[in-house]
Design a protein around this ligand. Structure first.
Ligand code: SDX
Length: 437
């Protein structure tokens, strides 16, 4: 709920232009906002905020982050409690509907999702258009966008029933599509969903079973992937969520808007960082391991090297990302349970974290491990190939994108997003005939 503050902001100009009073609104927790919606109409000026470091693009009831405290709440529930006391589909229900499900609601929701896990048989022929060595995120961007070609009965984003159906279809089908992208890349036949399995067990089976040999995922692995899904489910107005909101604001169908989010998440500064972080750890391991950490850190601190400590730093968290802590705990549990407690990469990651957190360069810039630093180690331990890490992130984040998209579309005041600019290009000039250029 946006509550007008008693405090107002006054904007005055040193050239004597008329001052302007700007209302301030309070949320339930977190920073207040200064409402500048009338600024351009009244002053002929825009605000200027590339990267939106000081800009609230919307009001939302879904996810709250306190970057200084390292706090993350989904609909008010701390991520630490959801990750240890709930499963991913309960979290999906919470993000979509605002409350955790009771037993009956959970039963009905799980059944609904389970019954939508198959994809149209034509999708397998769509896949055949890709090279076998295509990156899974290239394939997934195409497949998710391609869903809009199959489900004309749920593409009207302004129809609440369509939004409900497409939400279930996307949550249910993403695991099937990610597993298909994986199987296609390794030249194995697709494995159909099995309705008797849980959401996460079904995903692992579609990934690793073959027609010749079934796959019984053990509880540790299923719990680990389910927790990875929960930790990645939503994260306020991050780059890919803002992409989905802006894309959806044109009235395009939900599948196209989510495909835009997949494309944005792929970037190494965003969801692609988990793949990049694991590749970084493997490179350090290859070039000498723990003994070479000092040299690597030196490289990172040398701006000319262009080297970043992948999985570290965050636009909002200027403290430890609470998801990274939970992911590190999951690392310990999974590696111990799988007898990989001495995994050299995990030891290297912890050594690297310790050194970085004691180094003034990182301390001064408040650079801490983020969700991507340890997630790759857990995924690698349970058999997920590195190239699929970001696709797993997209699978999990789909529910957050949908919840945010539906919140925007459900707001009667929403408009198509259309930022402006500060133009610094050439003033008006006339074209000369080519002979005179
Ligand atoms: C995700 O927004 C979200 O919520 C995203 C996400 C989600 O759930 O949706 O949390 C998921 O994307 C996590 C972030 C994953 N990305 C990485 O791990 C890639 C490495 N991180 C950086 O690229 C960076 O930290 C960002 C992009 C995440 C944040 O960058 P900012 O906020 O724009 O900060 P910045 O680039 O201005 O950095 C401030 C300073 C700079 O140094 P100075 O110019 O002040 O000297 O810190 C340095 C940067 O060079 N810096 C790093 C660094 N991150 C920032 N230096 C080395 N290694 C890093 N990782």
């Amino acid at each position: 709920m946006m509550t007008p503050s008693d405090v107002k902001a006054t904007l005055s100009f040193s050239d004597g232009s008329p001052a302007m009073e700007l209302p301030i609104y309070k949320g339930s927790i977190g920073p207040d906002v200064i409402d500048i919606r009338k600024l351009y109409a009244q002053t002929g000026k825009f605000t200027y905020d590339p990267g939106f470091l000081s800009t609230a693009s919307c009001n939302s009831t879904i996810t709250y982050i306190d970057g200084d405290k390292g706090e993350l709440l989904y609909r008010g529930y701390p991520i630490e409690q959801l990750a240890t006391q709930c499963d991913f589909l309960e979290t999906c229900f919470l993000l979509l509907k605002g409350e955790l499900p009771n037993l009956q609601q959970k039963h009905d929701f799980v059944k609904l999702v389970t019954n939508h896990t198959m994809v149209n048989e034509q999708m397998q022929f769509f896949l055949r258009g890709f090279r076998r060595d295509a990156h899974p995120m290239a394939v997934l961007t195409g497949l998710v966008g391609g869903l809009s070609a199959f489900y004309h009965d749920s593409t009207d984003i302004n129809n609440p029933v369509h939004r409900e159906i497409s939400a279930i279809r996307l949550i249910a089908k993403l695991p099937t599509l990610v597993a298909m992208a994986y199987k296609y890349g390794i030249g194995q036949p697709y494995i159909y969903p099995k309705n008797s399995l849980s959401y996460s067990a079904n995903f692992m089976r579609m990934m690793f079973a073959t027609p010749c040999e079934d796959y019984e995922p053990n509880d540790v692995i299923v719990r680990a992937i389910d927790r990875i899904f929960i930790l990645h489910a939503d994260h306020e107005q991050n780059a890919s969520t803002s992409t989905v909101r802006l894309c959806g604001s044109s009235g395009t169908n939900p599948f196209a808007a989510i495909a835009a989010g997949v494309a944005c998440l792929w970037g190494p500064a965003h969801g692609g960082a988990n793949e990049a972080a694991l590749n970084m750890l493997e490179d350090i391991q290859k070039n000498g391991g723990v003994d070479k950490i000092g040299e690597f850190i030196k490289q990172v601190k040398d701006k000319n090297s262009g080297t970043k400590l992948m999985g570290f730093g965050h636009r909002v968290y200027k403290n430890y990302d609470p998801r990274a802590k939970l992911m590190r705990e999951t690392c310990h549990e999974v590696l111990d349970a799988l007898g990989l407690g001495n995994d050299p990469l995990f030891k290297l990651a912890m050594a690297l974290e310790k050194i970085a957190l004691e180094d003034e360069y990182f301390v001064a810039r408040k650079l801490y491990p983020n969700v991507d630093f340890y997630s790759g180690i857990v995924q690698r331990a349970i058999g997920i190939p590195v190239s699929l890490f970001t696709a797993i992130f997209a699978l999990a984040r789909t529910v957050g994108w949908i919840a945010q998209l539906n919140e925007m579309i459900g707001d009667p005041e929403y408009k198509i997003g259309r930022p402006r600019q500060l133009y610094v290009g050439s003033p008006r000039r006339d074209v000369k005939a080519i002979s005179q250029r």
